[in-house]
Structure formats: structure tokens, C-alpha cells
Design a protein around this ligand. Structure first.
Ligand code: RAM
Length: 364
């Protein structure tokens, strides 16, 4: 959390870009000013990789989970910034619902456009594999970010992980346990039931809960990263489990929906503690009014930015293999691809915990 003033400055630009841009659906963009993080990037870095210089004019397709989720929009803006620095272009294309089916036409469009790389946040671990494999066979480099695919070697791909998967899951349970004195019935308000990232985090939450025998997970519900659905399943939870003491929502859409509900239902808020993964820009008011004590996240713009640099490096000849490195522009770091369990990945960095002591320093 160093360099906060600069983080605030560039993060404000990121948010302004989102507000000004509105919903992005299959639109090309070559310019944006957004990029920020708790690790405040500064100035442009060098554009090279272990494969040599970055090619000019690269066409990268960013396929987010959907085009309406503010988190995904920030991530895509980060990708656009990266490709702008590198002399390439980004096309953002996806559906409006978090399903694999809604992403398939965008993969097809990337193939038709002879894109150099696809950067995708997968709504399903396996349903996209055949289509992505076709893209790979057509010479398109495949990068997953935010939510991984599980395709084995067909296609080979690199996953840009926002933070260590296990840490994300276990730390959310620890945050809630601290506030609940490690006791009580709890529930998870997730996104799409098929989302790889959500399920990976939930798996580690369950493992971590073993350390808290007095905390009992009574239900996991899915709001599909849609505010209306998230509200409906939240209300179902509250009426179905009157003794509920805590909710973890590992999605920015779920936690902001739940926080909004609790802030206007003080009787419920007095009994139910909420934490999870949220955008500071959306959660600030709920921290200020005491609805939420703490939550976590990383900088989504930087996630997209790193994915953009990775995609450009791969499309410029960097090998898709463990040990291969690429630079990351203003993140000022060289990233090395590591073989994880069943995947090749790099990790952006640790999540930041936000509470009333630091929330004002973050605007993404
Ligand atoms: C939501 C999405 C996204 C996740 C964040 C934390 O916006 O589910 O995939 O990474 O929350």
C-alpha cells in the first residue's frame, strides 16, 4: 500500500473512464487512461519479453464474464491501457449474462477477426474449451484472467491470477471469524454456479472453516453477478435461516447488493455480518455507515493491464511455458510463468483488506 496518492489519482481516472464509457459491448478501443492499484503503477515501462520485442498492431479480444459488471469493465479498461501503450488494440466483447453460451459468439468473432490473442474471464471451466481450442489452432494465444478455464492442454493457455487462490478463500473466512467471534451460522452469496474462480475460492473457504468448529456453513447461493438475482437469493437466505450470523460474498456484485440491502434494513444488519470481495468505490458508503466493517480486493484495472501485457508478449513470441518471463509496463515488474496444479499462471499480488482506516485511499 505504498504510493497511495498516485494510486488515488490514477484510480479516479479509472472510475471516470468507466462512468464515461458505460456498457462496453463488442466495441473497439485504442485508448483509455485507466490503471491503478494499491501498488500504484507509475509511468510506462519497457515493452519486451523473453521472446523479444512486442509486435506493433496486435489485436487482442478481451472477453469478460459480461459487459455490465463494473469490476469486469475496470479490468477491461486496464487491458486497453496496456495495448494502447504497446501500439495495439483491444476489442471488448461478451454477453450480458454470466454464461458460457453468451461468450461463445465472442470467441467466434475473435477467430473471424484473426485476433492475435484472447483474454477471457471464463463463466465455465470446460464449456469454452472446444471453441478456445479452435481459436488456438488458428494461431490465437489464449490467456484467462479473473476466472480460469480447465481445458488441459487443449488449448495451452496462461492464467493471470488476481491473487493466490487459497489466500483469497481462507482470508475471507478469517475476516468473518474475527467479527463473529468464530461462532454462528454463515452462508456464501456467490456469483454464477459454474464460475471457476468462485468455486475455487469456496473450496478453500470450506477447508478453512474446519479451523472454526463453531462456525457452520448452512447454505451457498448464487446471484449470477446480477444485482436483481443476488437480491432475491439474499432475501431467500435471510428468510430461510433466521439464525444467520454472517455472509461471505466473494463477488463485487453480490457484496454490494447485500450491503445495500443491509444498510436499509438495520434490524437485519444488527444480526448479520457481511464481508467478501468488493470494489472500494461501491463499498465506501457501507463502510462509512457501519453496515460493513471490512472486505477485500485487488485492483481490477491492474489485473486487466497485466493480462494485456501477457497476451501481447505471447503474441510476440514469448513461449507459453513455465519459466518464461514477460514485463508488465507500469507495474514495473517482470512476471514469470509458473506451472500450478494443472495450469500455467502468474499472480498479480496479494489482496488488500479495506476498512474505515484506509477506504478513502482507494477509488477503484
Ligand atoms: C465479481 C466477479 C469477478 C470476481 C469479483 C471479485 O465482479 O464475480 O469474477 O473476481 O467479483
Amino acid at each position: 500500500m505504498t504510493g497511495i496518492p498516485k494510486a488515488r489519482r490514477v484510480a479516479t481516472a479509472a472510475l471516470a473512464a468507466v462512468l464515461a464509457g458505460g456498457v462496453l459491448a463488442a466495441c473497439s478501443s485504442t485508448s483509455t487512461k485507466s490503471s491503478s492499484n494499491s501498488t500504484a503503477p507509475a509511468g510506462s515501462g519497457s515493452a519486451s519479453s523473453s521472446g523479444g520485442a512486442i509486435k506493433k498492431g496486435l489485436k487482442v479480444y478481451f472477453i469478460p464474464k459480461d459487459t455490465q459488471n463494473p469490476y469486469e469493465v475496470l479490468a477491461d479498461k486496464g487491458g486497453q491501457k496496456a495495448l494502447q501503450e504497446l501500439g495495439g488494440t483491444v476489442t471488448v466483447s461478451s454477453g450480458t449474462a454470466d454464461t458460457a453460451a453468451a461468450q461463445l459468439p465472442s470467441i467466434q468473432a475473435a477467430i473471424q477477426a484473426k485476433a492475435d490473442a484472447i483474454v477471457i474471464a471464463a463463466n465455465d471451466p470446460s464449456a469454452l474449451c472446444p471453441s478456445l481450442n479452435k481459436a488456438s489452432q488458428a494461431g490465437i494465444k489464449i490467456v484467462a484472467f479473473d476466472s480460469d478455464i480447465t481445458c488441459g492442454t487443449s488449448p495451452n493457455h496462461l492464467f493471470i491470477n488476481q491473487a493466490d487462490t487459497k489466500t483469497i478463500g481462507t482470508s475471507e473466512v478469517d475476516l468473518l471469524a474475527k467479527q463473529l467471534n468464530s461462532t454462528g451460522d454463515i452462508a456464501i452469496l456467490s456469483a454464477a454456479a459454474s464460475a471457476t474462480n468462485q468455486n475455487a475460492w469456496i473450496k478453500y473457504m470450506k477447508e478453512q472453516l474446519v479451523k472454526y468448529p463453531k462456525m457452520k456453513l448452512v447454505s451457498t447461493v448464487y446471484g449470477n453477478d446480477d444485482p436483481a438475482t443476488s437480491l432475491t437469493v439474499l432475501q431467500g437466505l435471510l428468510s430461510g435461516y433466521p439464525n444467520l450470523k454472517g455472509i461471505i460474498s466473494p463477488t463485487t456484485v453480490g457484496i454490494s447488493t447485500a450491503a445495500q440491502y443491509l444498510s436499509t434494513h438495520k434490524d437485519v444488519a444488527a444480526k448479520v455480518t457481511l464481508t467478501g470481495l468488493g470494489l472500494p468505490s461501491q463499498m465506501k458508503k457501507y463502510i462509512k455507515d457501519g453496515t460493513v466493517k471490512s472486505f477485500e480486493l485487488w485492483n481490477p484495472s491492474n489485473l486487466g493491464y497485466l493480462a494485456g501485457y501477457a497476451a501481447a508478449s505471447l503474441a510476440s513470441g514469448t513461449a507459453m511455458q513455465a519459466g518464461a518471463t514477460f514485463t508488465s509496463g507500469s507495474l514495473n515488474k517482470s512476471y514469470t510463468m509458473a506451472a500450478g496444479p494443472g495450469e500455467l499462471s502468474v499472480v498479480l499480488g496479494p489482496p488488500t483488506v479495506f476498512d474505515k482506516t484506509n477506504i478513502d485511499q482507494f477509488n477503484f
